[in-house]
Design a protein around this ligand. Structure first.
Ligand code: ATP
Length: 467
């Protein structure tokens, strides 16, 4: 009698024989698996398994897979963006995990946002078709937000054309609606280490209403933005990229950054804050800019602080010596002016639409005329020191008052000396009591008038002595 082994003799094997056989097979399989793991490197195993699953998928399955990468032809893929927004909204019982988080510091109790983690599977049903989504990564990394991610959308082979023609446009429409309803604006900064834009919720309170600016200028800006947004057809007809360039210039503290925030809040556009100093080359600049999305503001603050971009192309090409300088400049690390201009209105400007490019500077006169011409910077807005109407605007915003006995005195003083809205706001914030705040402002202005008069007198004395 065979003991401990499964017998094919027709007799029913005993329970202990079955268990023993099972244990032996398990031990044998474990040994084989360990040997294979030791002998065949991980990459090779993954390759074999992917080839095997590919083989079975194509020969024995009727499945079809769409691959949706983060980039499409050098720019960010709109299909990918739509999937990213749409998928967390169709979470069902089939989904066993989702990323959850919030960066909304204003409302910490708000429902957090959801995102699909690598590996998660999401099932969607559309017009009777069963579709399965999953997110993958080209290299296993710990962080989720880089451009190595890609989605798989699997459907039946027979549904392929319907998915392409009906389902993808459907999720694009859905994603657009979801984004419109969310109404949150994000501000992005570029993370060069991970080659991706990092976002935070944009919660700047500035609006065009709260800006201390000339009323006509405010109206002009609003009309210009409205016209821009309603003129897609016009830009298409005249064969121009649908974008607008704004140059904001003026002394420090006159509200250039606040106006950018006000425009973002008015348009409900995301803001991409481009730090030119950290851009390594023109190729890097192109990479950074082509990963921004439509309906956004690309902001370049204090452009006069960037030496390479400041170079005057006109002057350089005017003489052979300067021509040499051009070559040197292009070898320098950092983005060059031509790289910038190429993106603003060269061939690269057609990568994306409905963009507003805003450049700010304290020194307009230092900028290359090539950057300033219409088509590049279409609107130039000068941000100036406070005038009486700007002062009233700030008094209304900071103190909630429309009139006060000290208004006349402040008006008189600000006609004599320059005060930026930022300096004025500092004094108006000193107290909730309008009288205390305005007295502090008058005291500051009085001092400034005395200082400036003394400076002027000194200067006059020097001039007389020279004569
Ligand atoms: N025109 C303005 N209207 C309302 N508030 C203003 C205005 N200008 C400045 N402020 C106030 O002053 C602060 C600083 O202004 P802001 O940073 O916008 O100036 P800026 O011109 O961008 O300065 P810089 O050139 O130094 O970057 C703002 O937070 C805002 O509260």
């Amino acid at each position: 009698m065979a003991t401990g082994y499964f017998s094919f003799s027709g007799q029913t094997p005993s329970l202990s024989a079955v268990l023993t056989t099972y244990a032996s097979i398990s031990a044998f399989m474990m040994v084989i698996r360990t040997i294979l793991n030791e002998v065949i490197p991980r990459r090779m195993r993954e390759f074999i398994s992917s080839k095997l699953s590919e083989y079975f998928l194509f020969n024995f399955s009727n499945e079809f897979t769409f691959i949706i990468e983060q980039r499409w032809e050098a720019v960010i893929s709109e299909t990918y963006k739509a999937a990213e927004v749409y998928l967390p909204t169709i979470v069902g019982a089939s989904t066993d995990s989702l990323l959850v988080g919030s960066n909304n510091t204003r409302n910490s109790t708000a429902v957090p946002k959801l995102a699909v983690p690598v590996g998660a599977k999401i099932i969607d049903n559309f017009e009777g078709m069963k579709l399965q989504w999953s997110l993958h990564m080209k290299e296993a990394k710990k962080y989720y937000y880089n451009d190595k991610k890609y989605y798989h959308l699997t459907c039946k082979k027979t549904d392929r054309d319907r998915v392409l023609e009906n389902y993808f446009p459907y999720i694009a429409r859905k994603a657009q609606k979801i984004l419109e309803a969310r109404q949150t604006i994000n501000i992005y900064t570029y993370d060069h280490k991970h080659s991706s834009w990092q976002s935070a919720v944009f919660q700047h309170p500035s609006t065009i209403d709260t800006m201390a600016m000339d009323a006509d200028l405010k109206k002009f800006i609003i009309d210009d933005l409205d016209t821009f947004v309603n003129r897609k057809g016009f830009f298409d007809n005249v064969g121009r990229a649908w974008k607008r360039g704004y140059l904001l210039y003026g002394p420090p503290g006159t509200g250039k950054s606040s106006l950018v925030a006000a425009i973002a809040n008015y348009m409900k556009y995301n803001v991409y804050d481009l730090q030119l100093q950290s851009v390594k080359s023109d190729a890097d600049l192109r990479n950074v800019l082509t990963t921004t999305t439509n309906r956004s503001i690309i902001l370049i603050e204090d452009i006069d602080c960037n030496e390479t971009v400041l170079h005057d192309r006109g002057r350089r090409s005017a003489s052979p010596d300067k021509e040499k300088e051009t070559e040197n400049v292009s070898l320098d690390p950092g983005a060059t002016l031509s790289g910038m201009l190429n993106f603003i209105d060269g061939l690269w400007s057609s990568c994306g639409e409905e963009r507003i490019i805003i450049v700010t500077t304290n020194h307009k006169e230092r900028l290359d005329p090539a950057l300033l011409r219409p088509g590049r910077m279409d609107v130039h807005i000068e941000m100036g020191y406070c005038n009486p109407s700007g002062f009233r605007m700030l008094a209304k915003t900071y103190l909630g008052i429309k009139d006060h006995a000290l208004f006349g005195r402040v008006d008189e003083l600000i006609k004599k000396v320059d005060i930026s809205p930022a300096e004025m706001a500092l004094h108006l914030m000193k107290s909730d009591d309008p009288t205390i705040a305005l007295e502090s402002l008058v005291e500051f202005l009085d001092k400034k008038v005395i200082e400036e008069t003394a400076k002027r007198d000194d200067k006059d004395e020097i001039e007389v002595a020279k004569e």
